[in-house]
Design a protein around this ligand. Structure first.
Ligand SMILES: Cc1ncc(COP(=O)(O)O)c(C=O)c1O
Length: 389
Protein backbone atom coordinates (compact mmCIF):
# COMPACT_ATOMS: atom_id res chain seq x y z
CA UNK A 1 0.00 0.00 0.00
CA UNK A 2 0.92 3.67 -0.56
CA UNK A 3 3.91 5.60 0.71
CA UNK A 4 4.74 6.47 4.27
CA UNK A 5 2.65 9.62 4.36
CA UNK A 6 -0.30 8.40 2.31
CA UNK A 7 -3.58 8.01 4.15
CA UNK A 8 -4.11 4.41 5.18
CA UNK A 9 -7.78 3.70 4.57
CA UNK A 10 -9.85 1.62 6.98
CA UNK A 11 -10.24 -0.93 4.23
CA UNK A 12 -9.26 -1.65 0.62
CA UNK A 13 -10.53 -4.71 -1.26
CA UNK A 14 -7.96 -7.21 -2.55
CA UNK A 15 -8.84 -7.50 -6.23
CA UNK A 16 -6.35 -9.35 -8.41
CA UNK A 17 -5.94 -9.96 -12.13
CA UNK A 18 -7.98 -13.15 -11.70
CA UNK A 19 -11.09 -11.19 -10.70
CA UNK A 20 -10.52 -8.68 -13.51
CA UNK A 21 -10.09 -11.43 -16.12
CA UNK A 22 -13.14 -13.25 -14.81
CA UNK A 23 -15.29 -10.12 -15.11
CA UNK A 24 -13.97 -9.34 -18.60
CA UNK A 25 -14.71 -12.90 -19.70
CA UNK A 26 -18.24 -12.60 -18.34
CA UNK A 27 -18.79 -9.27 -20.09
CA UNK A 28 -17.59 -10.82 -23.36
CA UNK A 29 -19.80 -13.88 -22.89
CA UNK A 30 -22.96 -11.88 -23.55
CA UNK A 31 -24.67 -13.21 -20.39
CA UNK A 32 -24.49 -10.57 -17.66
CA UNK A 33 -27.24 -11.33 -15.19
CA UNK A 34 -27.95 -14.48 -13.16
CA UNK A 35 -26.61 -17.53 -15.00
CA UNK A 36 -23.81 -20.07 -14.99
CA UNK A 37 -21.40 -17.91 -12.93
CA UNK A 38 -23.93 -17.54 -10.12
CA UNK A 39 -24.60 -21.28 -10.20
CA UNK A 40 -20.86 -21.94 -10.04
CA UNK A 41 -20.41 -19.57 -7.09
CA UNK A 42 -23.29 -21.27 -5.25
CA UNK A 43 -21.79 -24.73 -5.84
CA UNK A 44 -18.32 -23.63 -4.78
CA UNK A 45 -19.66 -21.87 -1.69
CA UNK A 46 -21.68 -24.92 -0.63
CA UNK A 47 -18.63 -27.14 -1.12
CA UNK A 48 -16.37 -24.75 0.81
CA UNK A 49 -18.67 -24.33 3.82
CA UNK A 50 -20.06 -27.84 3.74
CA UNK A 51 -23.61 -26.52 3.61
CA UNK A 52 -26.02 -28.66 1.56
CA UNK A 53 -27.64 -25.64 -0.13
CA UNK A 54 -26.39 -22.15 -0.98
CA UNK A 55 -28.51 -19.39 -2.52
CA UNK A 56 -26.70 -16.35 -3.95
CA UNK A 57 -28.37 -12.94 -3.70
CA UNK A 58 -27.44 -9.31 -4.26
CA UNK A 59 -26.76 -8.40 -0.60
CA UNK A 60 -26.43 -9.82 2.89
CA UNK A 61 -29.54 -7.87 3.79
CA UNK A 62 -31.48 -9.65 1.03
CA UNK A 63 -30.25 -13.00 2.38
CA UNK A 64 -31.51 -12.11 5.87
CA UNK A 65 -34.86 -10.93 4.52
CA UNK A 66 -35.36 -14.08 2.43
CA UNK A 67 -34.33 -16.28 5.39
CA UNK A 68 -37.00 -14.74 7.64
CA UNK A 69 -39.57 -14.99 4.86
CA UNK A 70 -38.67 -18.65 4.29
CA UNK A 71 -39.22 -19.57 7.93
CA UNK A 72 -42.59 -17.78 7.65
CA UNK A 73 -42.12 -14.85 10.01
CA UNK A 74 -45.50 -13.14 10.16
CA UNK A 75 -46.75 -9.69 11.21
CA UNK A 76 -46.72 -9.40 15.00
CA UNK A 77 -44.10 -12.12 15.51
CA UNK A 78 -41.06 -11.30 17.63
CA UNK A 79 -37.48 -11.94 16.57
CA UNK A 80 -34.55 -11.63 18.96
CA UNK A 81 -31.72 -9.47 17.64
CA UNK A 82 -28.60 -8.10 19.35
CA UNK A 83 -28.51 -4.34 19.84
CA UNK A 84 -24.81 -4.45 18.92
CA UNK A 85 -25.22 -4.89 15.17
CA UNK A 86 -25.80 -3.10 11.89
CA UNK A 87 -29.35 -1.94 11.24
CA UNK A 88 -29.76 -4.56 8.46
CA UNK A 89 -30.11 -7.33 11.07
CA UNK A 90 -33.20 -5.69 12.58
CA UNK A 91 -34.67 -3.90 9.58
CA UNK A 92 -35.43 -7.19 7.82
CA UNK A 93 -37.65 -8.13 10.77
CA UNK A 94 -39.50 -4.86 10.23
CA UNK A 95 -39.86 -5.53 6.48
CA UNK A 96 -42.11 -8.45 7.51
CA UNK A 97 -44.01 -6.29 10.03
CA UNK A 98 -42.60 -8.35 12.86
CA UNK A 99 -40.91 -6.88 15.95
CA UNK A 100 -37.17 -6.93 16.57
CA UNK A 101 -36.57 -7.50 20.29
CA UNK A 102 -33.12 -6.24 21.26
CA UNK A 103 -30.72 -8.02 23.61
CA UNK A 104 -27.52 -6.65 25.18
CA UNK A 105 -24.03 -7.90 24.31
CA UNK A 106 -21.25 -9.63 26.21
CA UNK A 107 -18.75 -6.94 27.23
CA UNK A 108 -15.74 -8.77 25.77
CA UNK A 109 -16.80 -10.48 22.50
CA UNK A 110 -19.56 -7.91 21.88
CA UNK A 111 -21.69 -10.87 20.74
CA UNK A 112 -25.30 -11.28 21.91
CA UNK A 113 -25.25 -12.34 25.58
CA UNK A 114 -26.97 -15.75 25.68
CA UNK A 115 -27.71 -15.29 29.41
CA UNK A 116 -29.97 -12.34 28.56
CA UNK A 117 -31.93 -13.98 25.76
CA UNK A 118 -34.31 -16.16 27.79
CA UNK A 119 -35.95 -13.28 29.65
CA UNK A 120 -36.84 -11.70 26.27
CA UNK A 121 -38.64 -14.78 24.96
CA UNK A 122 -42.45 -14.48 24.87
CA UNK A 123 -45.27 -16.50 23.32
CA UNK A 124 -44.73 -14.43 20.14
CA UNK A 125 -41.01 -15.15 19.75
CA UNK A 126 -40.25 -17.12 16.59
CA UNK A 127 -36.53 -16.73 15.92
CA UNK A 128 -33.13 -15.55 17.12
CA UNK A 129 -30.62 -13.79 14.84
CA UNK A 130 -27.17 -14.10 16.40
CA UNK A 131 -24.53 -11.87 14.78
CA UNK A 132 -20.94 -13.16 14.85
CA UNK A 133 -19.34 -9.81 15.68
CA UNK A 134 -16.22 -9.09 13.70
CA UNK A 135 -16.00 -12.78 12.80
CA UNK A 136 -15.94 -14.22 16.36
CA UNK A 137 -18.69 -16.88 16.50
CA UNK A 138 -21.43 -16.45 19.09
CA UNK A 139 -22.01 -19.03 21.82
CA UNK A 140 -24.04 -21.23 19.49
CA UNK A 141 -24.37 -24.10 21.95
CA UNK A 142 -26.35 -21.92 24.38
CA UNK A 143 -28.32 -20.31 21.58
CA UNK A 144 -29.26 -23.63 19.97
CA UNK A 145 -30.26 -25.03 23.40
CA UNK A 146 -32.61 -22.07 23.91
CA UNK A 147 -33.97 -22.47 20.39
CA UNK A 148 -34.73 -26.14 21.02
CA UNK A 149 -36.32 -25.43 24.39
CA UNK A 150 -38.63 -22.72 23.02
CA UNK A 151 -39.07 -24.04 19.47
CA UNK A 152 -37.37 -21.06 17.83
CA UNK A 153 -35.52 -20.85 14.53
CA UNK A 154 -31.92 -19.65 14.43
CA UNK A 155 -30.97 -17.41 11.50
CA UNK A 156 -27.28 -16.54 11.75
CA UNK A 157 -26.09 -13.16 10.57
CA UNK A 158 -22.66 -14.26 9.38
CA UNK A 159 -21.94 -11.06 7.45
CA UNK A 160 -18.56 -10.99 9.28
CA UNK A 161 -17.99 -14.69 9.71
CA UNK A 162 -16.49 -16.20 6.57
CA UNK A 163 -14.47 -18.32 7.22
CA UNK A 164 -15.17 -19.01 10.89
CA UNK A 165 -15.57 -22.20 12.88
CA UNK A 166 -17.48 -22.98 16.04
CA UNK A 167 -16.08 -26.19 17.51
CA UNK A 168 -15.64 -28.52 14.56
CA UNK A 169 -18.38 -26.86 12.53
CA UNK A 170 -17.97 -24.20 9.92
CA UNK A 171 -20.24 -21.18 10.23
CA UNK A 172 -22.81 -21.81 7.51
CA UNK A 173 -23.66 -25.30 8.77
CA UNK A 174 -24.84 -24.57 12.32
CA UNK A 175 -28.14 -22.68 12.52
CA UNK A 176 -31.29 -23.15 10.43
CA UNK A 177 -30.20 -20.60 7.80
CA UNK A 178 -26.91 -18.65 7.70
CA UNK A 179 -26.58 -15.35 5.87
CA UNK A 180 -23.29 -14.01 4.50
CA UNK A 181 -22.43 -10.61 2.99
CA UNK A 182 -20.09 -9.89 0.09
CA UNK A 183 -20.20 -6.13 0.61
CA UNK A 184 -16.93 -4.46 -0.36
CA UNK A 185 -15.40 -4.37 3.13
CA UNK A 186 -16.22 -7.99 3.91
CA UNK A 187 -13.80 -10.93 3.98
CA UNK A 188 -14.59 -11.76 0.35
CA UNK A 189 -16.46 -9.38 -1.92
CA UNK A 190 -18.54 -9.19 -5.08
CA UNK A 191 -18.92 -5.39 -4.75
CA UNK A 192 -22.39 -6.00 -3.39
CA UNK A 193 -23.72 -9.50 -2.79
CA UNK A 194 -24.69 -12.14 -0.29
CA UNK A 195 -25.36 -15.83 0.24
CA UNK A 196 -27.78 -17.87 2.33
CA UNK A 197 -26.88 -21.44 3.32
CA UNK A 198 -29.15 -24.09 4.79
CA UNK A 199 -29.60 -27.84 5.08
CA UNK A 200 -33.34 -27.54 4.43
CA UNK A 201 -34.32 -28.01 0.76
CA UNK A 202 -37.71 -26.32 1.19
CA UNK A 203 -36.23 -23.14 2.64
CA UNK A 204 -33.53 -23.17 -0.03
CA UNK A 205 -36.15 -23.47 -2.77
CA UNK A 206 -38.35 -20.80 -1.21
CA UNK A 207 -35.44 -18.34 -0.91
CA UNK A 208 -34.41 -19.03 -4.50
CA UNK A 209 -37.90 -18.47 -5.81
CA UNK A 210 -38.52 -15.33 -3.74
CA UNK A 211 -35.16 -13.88 -4.79
CA UNK A 212 -36.53 -13.59 -8.33
CA UNK A 213 -40.08 -12.23 -8.14
CA UNK A 214 -41.56 -15.46 -6.77
CA UNK A 215 -41.65 -16.93 -10.24
CA UNK A 216 -41.39 -20.62 -10.96
CA UNK A 217 -38.13 -22.53 -10.93
CA UNK A 218 -35.21 -21.54 -13.15
CA UNK A 219 -37.04 -18.44 -14.38
CA UNK A 220 -33.65 -16.84 -14.91
CA UNK A 221 -33.14 -19.19 -17.85
CA UNK A 222 -36.04 -17.76 -19.80
CA UNK A 223 -33.83 -15.85 -22.26
CA UNK A 224 -31.43 -18.76 -22.79
CA UNK A 225 -31.46 -21.62 -25.27
CA UNK A 226 -32.56 -24.04 -22.51
CA UNK A 227 -35.21 -21.73 -21.16
CA UNK A 228 -38.84 -21.17 -21.95
CA UNK A 229 -40.79 -17.94 -22.29
CA UNK A 230 -43.43 -19.42 -20.03
CA UNK A 231 -43.35 -18.82 -16.29
CA UNK A 232 -45.76 -18.69 -13.40
CA UNK A 233 -45.85 -16.27 -10.50
CA UNK A 234 -46.31 -18.31 -7.34
CA UNK A 235 -45.87 -15.52 -4.79
CA UNK A 236 -45.11 -11.78 -4.78
CA UNK A 237 -41.34 -12.06 -4.47
CA UNK A 238 -38.41 -9.66 -4.58
CA UNK A 239 -35.68 -8.64 -7.01
CA UNK A 240 -32.67 -9.97 -5.10
CA UNK A 241 -30.84 -12.04 -7.72
CA UNK A 242 -27.05 -11.75 -8.04
CA UNK A 243 -25.54 -10.91 -11.45
CA UNK A 244 -23.02 -13.12 -13.24
CA UNK A 245 -20.69 -10.10 -13.33
CA UNK A 246 -20.66 -10.01 -9.51
CA UNK A 247 -20.46 -13.81 -9.24
CA UNK A 248 -17.42 -13.77 -11.55
CA UNK A 249 -15.63 -11.68 -8.90
CA UNK A 250 -16.93 -13.92 -6.11
CA UNK A 251 -15.68 -17.17 -7.68
CA UNK A 252 -12.12 -15.82 -7.71
CA UNK A 253 -12.41 -14.23 -4.25
CA UNK A 254 -13.66 -17.49 -2.72
CA UNK A 255 -10.55 -19.32 -3.96
CA UNK A 256 -8.47 -16.84 -1.94
CA UNK A 257 -10.63 -16.93 1.20
CA UNK A 258 -8.19 -18.97 3.33
CA UNK A 259 -5.20 -16.94 2.21
CA UNK A 260 -7.05 -13.70 3.00
CA UNK A 261 -7.98 -15.05 6.41
CA UNK A 262 -4.39 -16.02 7.17
CA UNK A 263 -3.21 -12.51 6.21
CA UNK A 264 -5.78 -10.94 8.57
CA UNK A 265 -4.95 -13.41 11.35
CA UNK A 266 -1.29 -12.42 11.14
CA UNK A 267 -2.16 -8.74 11.39
CA UNK A 268 -4.36 -9.49 14.42
CA UNK A 269 -1.50 -11.41 16.03
CA UNK A 270 0.91 -8.51 15.48
CA UNK A 271 -1.62 -6.05 16.91
CA UNK A 272 -2.24 -8.33 19.93
CA UNK A 273 1.46 -8.58 20.75
CA UNK A 274 2.12 -4.88 20.31
CA UNK A 275 -0.88 -3.68 22.32
CA UNK A 276 -0.31 -6.14 25.18
CA UNK A 277 2.04 -3.55 26.69
CA UNK A 278 -0.42 -0.66 26.28
CA UNK A 279 -2.61 -0.47 29.42
CA UNK A 280 -4.94 2.07 27.80
CA UNK A 281 -6.13 -0.55 25.32
CA UNK A 282 -7.98 -3.85 25.58
CA UNK A 283 -7.48 -6.16 22.61
CA UNK A 284 -10.19 -8.52 21.29
CA UNK A 285 -10.76 -11.80 23.13
CA UNK A 286 -10.85 -15.18 21.44
CA UNK A 287 -12.87 -17.80 23.26
CA UNK A 288 -11.82 -21.44 23.27
CA UNK A 289 -12.98 -23.66 20.49
CA UNK A 290 -13.62 -20.98 17.85
CA UNK A 291 -11.79 -20.05 14.70
CA UNK A 292 -12.06 -16.28 14.28
CA UNK A 293 -12.63 -14.93 10.75
CA UNK A 294 -10.87 -11.67 11.69
CA UNK A 295 -13.13 -9.50 9.60
CA UNK A 296 -12.69 -6.76 12.22
CA UNK A 297 -10.07 -5.95 14.81
CA UNK A 298 -11.93 -4.02 17.51
CA UNK A 299 -9.96 -2.44 20.33
CA UNK A 300 -11.64 -1.09 23.48
CA UNK A 301 -10.18 2.01 25.09
CA UNK A 302 -9.71 1.92 28.86
CA UNK A 303 -11.18 5.40 29.24
CA UNK A 304 -10.35 5.49 32.95
CA UNK A 305 -6.68 5.62 31.95
CA UNK A 306 -7.07 8.21 29.21
CA UNK A 307 -7.53 11.96 29.16
CA UNK A 308 -9.46 11.82 25.89
CA UNK A 309 -12.59 10.05 24.72
CA UNK A 310 -13.10 7.62 21.84
CA UNK A 311 -14.03 10.33 19.33
CA UNK A 312 -10.87 12.33 20.09
CA UNK A 313 -8.83 9.14 19.79
CA UNK A 314 -10.31 8.55 16.32
CA UNK A 315 -9.60 12.16 15.33
CA UNK A 316 -5.98 11.75 16.44
CA UNK A 317 -5.65 8.54 14.40
CA UNK A 318 -7.14 10.34 11.42
CA UNK A 319 -4.60 13.15 11.83
CA UNK A 320 -1.89 10.49 11.87
CA UNK A 321 -3.24 9.32 8.50
CA UNK A 322 -5.08 6.23 9.68
CA UNK A 323 -8.65 5.38 8.76
CA UNK A 324 -10.83 3.65 11.35
CA UNK A 325 -14.46 2.75 11.90
CA UNK A 326 -16.86 1.96 14.76
CA UNK A 327 -18.77 -1.34 14.86
CA UNK A 328 -21.36 -0.56 15.83
CA UNK A 329 -23.47 2.33 17.03
CA UNK A 330 -25.87 0.03 18.95
CA UNK A 331 -29.36 -0.02 17.51
CA UNK A 332 -30.97 1.25 20.73
CA UNK A 333 -29.04 4.53 20.41
CA UNK A 334 -30.38 5.34 16.93
CA UNK A 335 -33.27 7.82 16.59
CA UNK A 336 -35.59 5.33 14.86
CA UNK A 337 -35.24 2.59 17.48
CA UNK A 338 -35.42 5.08 20.35
CA UNK A 339 -38.52 6.75 18.97
CA UNK A 340 -40.47 3.65 17.95
CA UNK A 341 -39.49 1.30 20.80
CA UNK A 342 -38.68 3.85 23.50
CA UNK A 343 -35.23 2.45 24.19
CA UNK A 344 -32.89 4.29 26.58
CA UNK A 345 -29.07 3.98 26.76
CA UNK A 346 -29.38 2.35 30.21
CA UNK A 347 -31.55 -0.47 28.82
CA UNK A 348 -28.45 -2.11 27.31
CA UNK A 349 -25.60 -1.12 29.63
CA UNK A 350 -22.92 -3.40 28.13
CA UNK A 351 -23.49 -2.16 24.59
CA UNK A 352 -23.82 1.48 25.67
CA UNK A 353 -20.58 1.20 27.65
CA UNK A 354 -18.71 -0.63 24.87
CA UNK A 355 -19.90 1.90 22.29
CA UNK A 356 -18.00 4.66 24.13
CA UNK A 357 -14.78 2.59 23.95
CA UNK A 358 -14.67 0.77 20.62
CA UNK A 359 -12.54 1.50 17.57
CA UNK A 360 -12.12 -0.81 14.57
CA UNK A 361 -8.56 -0.66 13.25
CA UNK A 362 -7.57 -1.42 9.64
CA UNK A 363 -7.18 -5.18 9.00
CA UNK A 364 -7.17 -6.26 5.38
CA UNK A 365 -4.93 -8.54 3.28
CA UNK A 366 -3.28 -5.85 1.14
CA UNK A 367 -1.92 -4.05 4.23
CA UNK A 368 1.85 -4.19 4.20
CA UNK A 369 4.08 -4.73 7.23
CA UNK A 370 4.80 -0.99 7.29
CA UNK A 371 1.10 -0.17 7.29
CA UNK A 372 0.59 -2.41 10.32
CA UNK A 373 3.55 -0.80 12.09
CA UNK A 374 2.20 2.66 11.34
CA UNK A 375 -1.11 1.80 12.97
CA UNK A 376 0.67 0.35 16.01
CA UNK A 377 2.98 3.37 16.41
CA UNK A 378 0.11 5.82 16.06
CA UNK A 379 -2.11 3.99 18.58
CA UNK A 380 0.74 3.72 21.08
CA UNK A 381 1.79 7.32 20.63
CA UNK A 382 -1.75 8.66 21.05
CA UNK A 383 -2.29 6.49 24.14
CA UNK A 384 0.97 7.64 25.70
CA UNK A 385 0.40 11.30 24.87
CA UNK A 386 -3.06 11.19 26.47
CA UNK A 387 -2.34 9.03 29.49
CA UNK A 388 -4.56 10.19 32.36
CA UNK A 389 -3.15 11.85 35.47
C1 LIG B 1 -23.70 -7.48 10.91
C2 LIG B 1 -24.16 -7.15 9.52
N1 LIG B 1 -25.30 -7.68 9.06
C3 LIG B 1 -25.74 -7.44 7.83
C4 LIG B 1 -25.06 -6.62 6.97
C5 LIG B 1 -25.66 -6.35 5.63
O1 LIG B 1 -24.91 -6.84 4.57
P1 LIG B 1 -25.07 -6.15 3.13
O2 LIG B 1 -24.38 -4.83 3.17
O3 LIG B 1 -24.38 -7.12 2.21
O4 LIG B 1 -26.52 -6.03 2.84
C6 LIG B 1 -23.85 -6.03 7.40
C7 LIG B 1 -23.02 -5.14 6.61
O5 LIG B 1 -23.11 -4.59 5.64
C8 LIG B 1 -23.40 -6.30 8.70
O6 LIG B 1 -22.27 -5.76 9.16
Amino acid sequence: MGGHNAFLPFHTPDIGEEEIQSVVETLRSGWLTTGSKVKQLEENFAAYTGAPYAVAVNSGTAALHLALEAIAIKPGDEVIVPTMTFTATAEVVLYLNARPVLVDCEPDTLNIDPAQIESKITSKTRAIIPVHMGGHPCNMERILDLARAYNLRVIEDAAHALPAHYGNKMVGTIGDITCFSFYVTKTITTGEGGMATTANPEWSERMRMMSLHGISKDAWKRYSKDGSWYYEVLSPGYKYNLTDIAAAIGIEQLKKCERFREARRRIAETYDKSFAEVPEITTPVIQDDVRHAWHLYIIQLNLERLGIDRNAFITALNEAGIGTSVHFIPLHLHPYYRRVFGYQPKDFPNASDAFARIISLPIFPTMGRMDVQRVISAVKEIALRNRAG
